[in-house]
Ligand binder design. Structure first.
Ligand code: SF4
Length: 276
């Protein structure tokens, strides 16, 4: 199948095993070309083909629901909206969540890079999910440029203000509860450029106060081109990628443990790690 063809390719993939969420059924609202407001140096999709902050409908909701019903959705522990780029770029993300919730009560998670959260429409869309896993790899603009290579106009301030507005919106849903629903998780990918910035990241995490912090390290190699299979490629599937791949530098177990302990001590937050 050519890399740029979406014909006959489902917008639903998996379930794949997720270290954090169990059996995760992936929903891809972007498909091909890969499209994101970041171009992370560790992205499993390789170099992002279209870097943009412009929202639009990439995959019609009818196709997503048709693909969902044809998938193995009943065995999933969680439905994860992620896929071939930044899912909040898809203008129909809220509509898709509402349609899936008519079919099943399986929790819905969204993996987002937080770049569009200043838009109230995006926040009201994502808040319909059950788990919001928000990326925050950089405590300063230099590190943001080095790791995430954002679309022009995006800086750390854009990201932090979006996350804080999202948290306020979540709190306003249940003002008397100390538990955030939907659940807010901050996910940090540790790379050589940020592994010594634990203290600075801890300061930001203490301001945000999410339900949970998830520490990650690149477990999937960086492909030299985009093949839609990479959106859910783990284990055997990863070997089917038609492009050459480059392994990325991972944290050692000792480094991961030290960062985890430091973040726990500095923030008092619940911190989990891919190494567990
Ligand atoms: S935010 Fe996600 S999809 Fe976008 S470039 Fe980074 S890792 Fe890839």
């Amino acid at each position: 199948m050519p890399a740029n063809s979406t014909i006959e390719i489902s917008s639903v993939y998996g379930p794949v095993d997720s270290w954090r969420l169990g059996k995760s059924l992936g929903i891809d609202l972007i498909m091909s070309p890969s499209t994101c407001s970041f171009n992370c140096t560790y992205c499993q999709l390789g170099f992002i083909q279209k870097i943009t902050t412009e929202r639009r409908i990439f995959v019609p909701t009818e196709k997503v629901i048709k693909d969902f019903l044809a998938s193995n959705w009943k065995v999933a522990d969680v439905i994860t909206i992620s896929g071939s780029g930044e899912p909040t770029l898809a203008k129909n993300i809220g509509e898709v969540i509402r349609e899936i919730k008519k079919i099943t009560t399986t929790p819905i998670a969204i993996l987002t890079n937080a770049t569009l959260l200043n838009d109230p429409e995006v926040r009201s869309d994502v808040i319909e999910a059950d788990i919001l896993s928000v990326k925050l790899d950089a405590p300063d603009d230099e590190t943001l440029q080095a790791i995430n290579r954002p679309a022009s106009g995006i800086n750390l301030e854009t990201i932090l203000s979006g996350i804080k507005k999202l948290k306020d919106d979540i709190k306003s849903l249940n003002p008397n509860s100390s538990i955030l629903t939907p659940e807010l998780q901050i996910q940090i990918m540790f790379m050589p450029q940020n592994k010594n910035k634990t203290k600075e990241l801890a300061t930001l995490l203490s301001e945000i106060k999410p339900n949970e912090v998830a520490l990650n390290t690149p477990t999937r190699p960086y492909p030299s081109g985009f093949d839609i299979i990479t959106r859910g490629a783990h284990g055997e599937d990863a070997k089917k990628i038609q492009f050459s791949t480059k392994p990325l530098k991972q944290l050692t177990l000792e480094e991961a443990k030290e960062i985890e302990e430091n973040l726990k001590k500095l923030t008092g937050l619940n911190v989990i790690s891919v190494y567990e």
